[in-house]
Write a protein that binds this ligand. Structure first.
Ligand code: GUN
Length: 282
């Protein structure tokens, strides 16, 4: 029987800490949120981000641009927000429409306002251990592990997946916490054997319920970054699932994150923390 890591509770604690700090020190913080087009999932994420801002006492400025917005127009808006001294953080919701170069847009954000931590400057700062904004999902996972009382230093950590947003910064953060880190991916050989060495297994592969007991060491801490909708014929009374087959793995693990209510809520809580940090730096 594993201890359930309650992301909903821990994310609420973090938002309450941010809210209390903003009230105590009378901080004025503002986040600009830009969304281009009508992707329904992106709209939900953006709405949740705005609600979290309101809860924490952070002003949110919303820019909802039509699908046909040009790259130039978007870059102009970012330039204006970079120069606006009342804006602390700038977030461009991804994905962008195909005619806009995402990398170019991310690089246009002033590193001091890059609260998503996606720019090469932010990623570079993380990799050499200097101060900067850390991508919210991996930063949230560190909080989940630490606040659950799981020791990281000296542990074997396996990160499954090598995306720029989760896998790579995750590996870097675990290294900063003095874990011994291995990253596995779709071309890795003997992947199950490597995963079974992990004291802490972080799964961000985007494959529905792929991770079974075959990948998990007895007593491992298992963190599931995936989120997928279950079809009616495969659901066992649940609508959502992760990359981990929870029912199979849970009896073997010492700690495990559920889906939903594990990693998911942490991303927005860490975004609030990053906006507060940006406001403090200003
Ligand atoms: N799209 C999916 N996740 C994210 C995120 O964390 N930040 C941004 N900007 N876009 C996303």
């Amino acid at each position: 029987m594993a201890v359930l890591i309650d992301g909903k509770k821990i994310s609420q604690e973090i938002k309450d800490e941010v809210k209390a700090e903003i009230e105590r020190d009378n901080i004025k913080a503002a986040l600009a949120v830009i969304i281009v087009g009508d992707d329904p999932a992106s709209k939900v994420y953006v709405k949740n981000k705005k609600n979290a801002c309101e809860y924490c006492g952070i002003e949110s400025l919303s820019f909802e641009l039509p699908e046909k917005t040009t790259e130039e127009e978007l870059l102009e808006l970012i330039d204006r927000l970079n120069r606006d001294t009342l804006v602390d953080g700038i977030l461009v919701q991804l994905p962008l429409p195909p005619h806009i170069d995402e990398d170019k847009v991310i690089e246009a954000i002033d590193p001091k306002k890059d609260v998503d931590g996606f720019s090469t400057r932010s990623v570079g700062a993380l990799s050499i251990g200097s101060d900067g904004f850390v991508s919210c999902t991996p930063a949230g996972i560190i909080e989940l592990i630490k606040r659950s009382g799981v020791e990281i230093a000296g542990k074997e950590c396996v990160v499954m997946g090598r995306s720029n947003i989760v896998g790579k910064p995750m590996a870097m953060l675990m290294l900063r916490e003095n874990a011994t880190v291995t990253v596995v991916h779709s071309k890795t050989k003997h992947i199950e054997d490597i995963c079974r060495r992990a004291d802490i297994l972080i799964v961000a592969i985007g494959k529905k319920m792929m991770i079974t007991q075959d990948y998990v060491k007895d007593g491992a801490c298992v963190i599931d970054v995936g989120i997928h909708r279950l079809d009616p014929d495969e659901n066992r009374g649940k609508k959502l699932c992760g990359d981990v087959d929870f029912d199979d793995v849970e009896p073997l693990a010492s700690y495990i994150t559920p889906v939903p209510g594990g990693v998911g809520p942490m991303t927005i809580a860490m975004l609030m923390k990053n906006v507060l940090k940006a406001a403090r730096m200003r």
